[in-house]
Design a protein around this ligand. Sequence first.
Ligand code: ADP
Length: 475
Amino acid sequence: MSHLLFNDSFINGEFYSTDKNFSVDDPATQQSIIMVSDVDDIGVHKAINTAHDAFIKLKLTNATTRSNVLMRWYDLVMQNKQTLAELMTKEQGKPLKEALGEVDYGAAFIKWYAEQAKRSYGDVIPATDNNHRLTSFKQPVGVVAGITPWNFPIAMVTRKVAPAYAAGCSFVLKPSEHTPLCALALAYLADQAGFEKGAFNVLLSEDAPRVGKILTESNIVRKFTFTGSTGVGKQLLTQCASTVKRTSMELGGNAPFIIFDNADLDEAVTGLMGAKFRNGGQTCVAANRIFVQRSILDQVVDKLAKKVATLKVGNGFGENTDIGPLIYPKAKQKVQELVADAKAKGAIQISDDVQLVDSFQAPLILTGVNPKMDIYHQEVFGPVVSIIAFDEEAEVLALANDVPYGLAAYFYSQNIKQIYRVSEALEYGMVGINEGLISNPVAPFGGVKQSGLGREGGYQGLDEYLEEKYVCIKL
Ligand code: ADP
């Protein structure tokens, strides 16, 4: 199918196979795309050890050299954009136009960190004694291990591996068992671009807890970075405690999307379509609870229903597809359970009840959602709009903040005082105001509360892979 289709783990610049295999399936057809090998414990340890050898070499390189390698990687990813996007649609299901967009977005992290590699500045600190000279500078943290999810098979990898390499760290990655093919293609291209052997290893396994345990408990691995569900993140944090690793955690969210009565309603509905339906709603920053001020509720629901009715669900390779399949049948079952629970507790479904085959889920709108319903508290991770009416700003702020998560929040308002007030009061790591798509390589992405630790993107994303060293010299 493609010159970037591989089926073995990638360790020390070579493919590593085992006798045990598992299938990577196309979520649109439920057919196997390819059988891939499941890495054994020996392979996991080999990857960690070769990453350590690579780190010794990387420590001797300078930032400009690493920057040049990253730029070559960026160029190769962009030259292979179509192939990578097709691979992504095949293994992940998202519409090809979104996959093409993700290659651009994922590659932009590589380019940004190629630039940032050269800007890892230190400090000269005014001394408290005339005989002292105080400085601090940054050094790579060491071998990094990472585990990534299936919803952004390229961007979730590049936003970790590019800053790690820019900082001078080597990487051992275990991508999601559902989407390992893009990760392998990225590692192969990084090797072609001049990454040191062992600087970027990819381990394939459908036994994530086994591989995760070795990675988190290794003394050689000094930093662990994870994107995925809050439950798994908590477990991995506990495992990392035994070796006191640096950690970054991008975990779940429960994003509020608030439309105030003074908003431009057409813009708000357009913004909501993006914040809700990108990747079929399968993103951690997807709008999950839509709060609409009561006086504009009918207008918003009307406008939204018209747009939702135009959405085409189908195979991601279909020319007009807006929403692909959900990642696997269990995901659709979960969405349907949440919808059934909400309806049983009084939610009203505005859109038609369309039942589709396999993992395809028709988009739908629910009104009258309230905190008694499971859909209010859990990420729906599917194309369902849950609408909650509110009367006052203070009331909606209390509702928006009354969850254990704090990743992304959105609101639409044209009142400047309200814009400042609400953006400061929202207990979230990211706030989109009159904008539904906020993720950008140049800005810090991350959550507060149980949505995680650390930031990806921006200059902050590089610091996650650097240690600060303070040096005191007495003259
Ligand atoms: P999602 O619901 O998005 O699949 P998960 O948190 O289950 O979120 O998965 C994210 C990543 O974490 C995947 O690569 C998966 O294989 C991995 N994973 C799941 N459970 C564990 C675990 N117990 N230990 C280590 N990794 C895990």
